[in-house]
Write a protein of this length. Structure first.
Length: 508
């Protein structure tokens, strides 16, 4: 066996020669590596659609790491928001991508930040003195992560505020695979205006006497002349993260009544507006699902939740979650509350006047997972987020007014409502001719299971997946969440308009 001497046993002259040879060999290896793979030593590139933060005056780089409003960053501290700048990804130019994007190209306007991101810098009560929404801006608009040790709610659950719909959509649109930088190639145009957040001073301060929206119209007319005039705005859409009623005050109304003027501006009459609740008679209004607390980032997460929905023990016949509306003479919530109490062990009740339900999904879903049916009476307006909580929990929704869902979510819910829901008239509840327990108790277990399976099919299209997801099963074109279905609906609407350009109505 050949034995090699230790380094300390080599003569000094030979040792020096050995060191010299090793250095030369190492240098040659480095030079060969650089020549063969120059990118290996280059700094890592940033992924597309990230936030580049321009430091605000007086804020150190270290402090900047803890600022709240990189809407595409995962920040947890919300103090002194910075001024994030979103970077729009380029559309792949290869022929396969071009073919896949045929009829699906969307141009997103680069609005001045005063119309979107700069508004988020004012989250700490600077738009309205008593409204601080900084916590809700975190995590792409999903809000703060749910702090739970329960395995079912550890991953992908957030205290989501429904009014962050605009931020959620913008975050996803930045990653939309068929964005185009060429307006002439676009099939549709997205206006990334944070209408609901921008509306806050017009709803709650002395600005309520002013019109909302003329500055946006002026910018579009000046900076997007060709695309704006091409079809009179009919191929444009924006997100208004509140109900349409919050933007529908008459231009002639100078009494300070509720609402802004955004959706009654004649210049925006042809623009499709996605909102939490539409005016059912207007084809340019389109309701999209309320954001709930579940935003899956992996197919495993979604599959685990679906399994829970399908196998959960449903010991209650029905459930009611919500706060009463004693000041509303037309509300049936008090009557349903009493019916729930009278049903004793067959009804599960969650009084949201005692527990703050809006940003805490865990107690809500614990109730919904253990009931067969969930009551969905109107609140301040016809729609409510609980409808989508109910769908995602596999709790069959019971409606009392058509405008709560049937006239609203035509792009997201089945045309035949009997496949997934139950309807009872408000009149019957008020006059006592309808007893909820009696009606729901008549459904067989076979029929209930069939309806629940329909709800399970609706779960993906009723939630907003995590925008950072890289799971191939979630980003596959065959998988559609609420965002995907909304975009598809808009593109179909534009396609219908272009096929029948003289029609007074667009397909809805």
């Amino acid at each position: 066996m050949v034995e090699f001497p230790g380094f300390d046993q080599v003569p000094k002259t030979s040792r020096a020669n050995l060191v010299y040879c090793c250095c030369i060999s190492s240098l040659m290896l480095i030079l060969i590596t650089i020549w063969a793979c120059p990118e290996s030593l280059a700094p890592p590139t940033r992924p597309v659609a990230v936030v580049e933060v321009e430091l605000a005056d007086g804020i150190s780089p270290d402090a900047q790491l803890h600022e709240p409003v990189g809407i595409l960053a995962n920040q947890q501290q919300l103090t002194k928001p910075a001024a994030p700048r979103l970077v729009k990804p380029a559309v792949a130019a290869d022929s396969a991508a071009a073919s896949a994007c045929a009829g699906r190209r969307i141009y997103m306007y680069e609005l001045p930040t005063e119309f979107n991101l700069a508004l988020l810098e004012l989250c700490a009560s600077k738009l309205v003195g008593w409204i601080n929404f900084c916590a809700h801006v975190q995590n792409y608009g999903f809000g703060e992560s749910v702090n739970s040790s329960e395995p079912l709610f550890v991953d992908d659950w957030y205290g989501t505020d429904a009014y962050m719909l605009e931020v959620i959509f913008h975050s996803r649109m930045l990653r939309y695979e068929c964005l185009t930088d060429s307006p002439s190639d676009a099939d549709a145009f997205f206006i990334p205006f944070y209408a609901g957040i921008h509306a806050l001073p017009y709803l709650y301060t002395d600005k309520r006497m002013e019109w909302q929206g003329p500055e946006l119209v002026a910018w579009l007319q000046e900076n997007a002349t060709d695309s704006w005039q091409r079809h009179g705005g009919r191929d444009h859409f924006l997100i208004a993260g509140r109900t349409a009623w919050d933007f529908s005050r008459s231009l002639e109304d100078d009494t300070g009544h509720w609402g802004t003027t955004l959706l009654v501006l004649p210049e925006l009459a042809n623009v499709t507006v996605f909102s939490l609740e539409r005016r059912p008679w207007l084809s340019m209004d389109q309701a999209v699902p309320y954001p709930t607390g579940f935003h899956p980032s992996t197919a495993t997460s979604l599959r685990r939740w679906t399994h829970e929905v399908r196998t959960s023990s449903r010991e209650y016949l029905f459930a009611f979650s919500g706060a009463l509306r004693p000041s509303m003479a037309t509300s049936i919530r008090g009557l349903l509350y009493n019916q729930c109490i009278n049903s004793k062990t067959r009804c599960s009740l969650l009084d949201c006047s005692k527990i703050k339900c809006s940003h805490n999904p865990i107690p809500i879903y614990k109730k919904l997972l253990h009931a067969e049916f969930c009551l969905q009476p109107r609140g301040d307006t016809a729609t409510r987020r609980s409808v989508f909580d109910s769908i995602i929990a596999g709790c069959i929704p019971v409606f009392f007014h058509e405008d709560t869902a049937y006239t609203q979510y035509s792009w997201h819910l089945p045309k035949d409502p009997t496949t997934y829901s139950v309807f009872m008239s408000e009149t019957g509840i008020k006059n006592g001719s309808i007893l909820v327990e009696e009606v729901l108790g008549s459904y067989s277990q076979t029929r209930i299971k069939e309806m629940r399976e329909e709800l399970i099919k609706l779960i993906p299209g009723s939630l907003y997946r995590h925008p950072e997801s890289t799971d191939p099963k979630l980003i596959d074109p065959e998988f559609c969440d609420a965002f995907d279905l909304s975009v598809k609906g808009m593109l179909n609407k534009v396609l219908s308009f272009k096929a029948h350009p003289h029609s007074s109505q667009l397909a809805s």
